[in-house]
Design a protein around this ligand. Structure first.
Ligand SMILES: C[S@@+](CC[C@H](N)C(=O)[O-])C[C@H]1O[C@@H](n2cnc3c(N)ncnc32)[C@H](O)[C@@H]1O
Length: 324
């Protein structure tokens, strides 16, 4: 797909309904021959709309008004290009903990969490956030700066969150792996994470900042590397008495098919549990067990425990639609 078409389809399929600012920006870039030519000169990996728009915002450029965006971006192109070469789209969405929590809370406690593709590790703190499922009561620690709202259709998988004290799992150990771990103590990394949140989503930005505050109190142990190479060592490091849980959300979707298959085989071999939250189509052996076809016309992830599908979920953890 050419650059103009990629930006046009990003605006239509990904931004529409989520971010009016990005929808308009993508549409206008697609029709701007000078900008399209500059983007075409970038390596393939660096041409994504998300990366360009985040780079401009990271450098303090405007995105809400196209003529201003265009003038600024053309004038600062060298700096924009450098950020796009150095950074990756590593959106870290703590909201996804809302769909992981009921599954985690139903496992034998206490837990040792291992997140593969952790970004800055903000999903490693499901026990430190507050939650409201539908119009149910708020659960989780009262002093948390993060409250996650999640719409639920059908019972919450696992029948929790009432089953454990305080409604949240007991986490005694947490670690993660990422090709490029981001550090919640590094102001540049945090500014990059903030730039990856779309501009007209103030609630997501608020919860990101709250989650960074939580993670800074006890920064996660994150190792740099490929998930297939690192995961066994991390599982082996889990302290005795804790249930190892390897989980991932919106990560395997970025891996080639072969790497996904070898990860799936590893998960079936390793002790403990495996929680996956990836779009349908990413894990064919799990898809085969899906009792419903993936919905058309909206993007969802599929939540599964040990390879058994449980629910469709919102990409940012905003809903949980249980299969039975
Ligand atoms: C979209 S982010 C999702 C982060 C986090 N799981 C969340 O849900 O907020 C995907 C992350 O996966 C990481 N990643 C992609 N391929 C990887 C691999 N082969 N090994 C380790 N990490 C990987 C990326 O660097 C990025 O930080």
């Amino acid at each position: 797909m050419g650059v103009a078409e990629a930006y046009r389809s990003f605006g239509r399929l990904e931004a529409r309904g989520e971010s009016a600012v990005y929808e308009e920006l993508a549409r206008r870039v697609a029709g701007d021959a000078e900008l399209v030519r500059l983007i075409e000169d970038l390596p393939y990996r660096q041409r994504q709309p998300n990366l360009l728009f985040a780079a401009v915002r990271y450098l303090g450029g405007p995105v809400e008004d196209y003529p201003a965006f265009r003038t600024w971006t053309l004038g600062a192109w060298e700096r924009v290009r450098r950020v796009m070469a150095e950074r990756r789209t590593q959106t870290n969405e703590p909201g996804r903990c809302a769909v992981l929590l009921p599954v985690l809370a139903a496992l034998p406690q206490p837990l040792a969490l291992i997140e593969v593709g952790a970004s800055a590790g903000l999903c490693l703190y499901p026990d430190r956030y507050r939650y409201r499922y539908g119009d149910g009561p708020l659960i989780g620690p009262q002093d948390s700066p993060v409250t996650l709202e999640c719409r639920v259709d059908g019972p919450v998988p696992g029948g929790v969150p009432d089953g454990v004290p305080g409604g949240v799992p007991v986490v005694v150990w947490r670690a993660g792996v990422d090709l490029n771990p981001l550090d919640v103590r590094d102001p540049d990394d945090v500014r990059w994470l903030e730039s990856l949140v779309w501009p007209d989503q103030p609630e997501r930005l608020r919860r990101l900042r709250g989650a960074v505050e939580v993670a800074r109190q006890e920064p996660p142990r994150l190792v740099r590397g490929d998930l297939n190479e690192a995961v066994e060592e991390l599982v082996a490091a889990v302290p005795a008495g804790a249930t190892p849980v390897v989980f991932h959300s919106s990560v395997l979707v970025y891996l080639p098919g072969e790497a996904r298959e070898s990860f799936t085989a590893r998960m079936r071999r390793l002790p403990g549990h495996w929680v996956s939250n990836e779009p349908p189509g990413v894990l064919p052996s799990v898809d085969e067990l899906m009792p419903l076809p993936a919905p058309e016309g909206r993007m969802v992830s599929m939540l599964a425990l040990d390879g058994r599908p449980l629910a469709f979920t919102g990409l940012h953890g905003q809903f949980l639609e249980r299969f039975s």
